[in-house]
Design a binder for this molecule. Sequence first.
Ligand SMILES: [Zn+2]
Length: 116
Amino acid sequence: MSYQGSCHCGKVTFSVDADIPDTAMSCNCSHCRRKGFLLTFVPEADFTLHTGAEDLTEYRFYKHVIAHLFCTTCGTEAFMSGTKPDGSAVRGINLRCVPAADLDALTIKRVDGARF
Ligand SMILES: [Zn+2]
C-alpha cells in the first residue's frame, strides 16, 4: 500500500510506499513542539515528491543534519529530510499532512528531544 500527503495549499504533494503506521513520534524539542509534528520515518527510496519541489524552502538548526522543508506559500512542513547514523537517507513524514491518517488512533511515542 501507499499513502499520500500534501502541504495545506496543495502545491507540495508526495506519496510514501508504505502502510500508514499505527504509531507516531511526538517530540518535545524546541522545533517540534512549535510545529506540533506527529512523525514517522521512512527510507528515502520509499518517498516520492510529486509536485512542489520549487515551492519548498529549507530550515536547519542545531546540528543542521535535518533539512526541514516547508512550503513557501502556506508554511506547512509536510516532511523533512535527513540521514540516519548509519548514513542512509530518511524522510520524516508529518502524519498531520496525510489526510488518510486517523490521528486519534495513533499510538504516540514520546521523544524527549529537548534533552538531545
Ligand atoms: Zn503549501
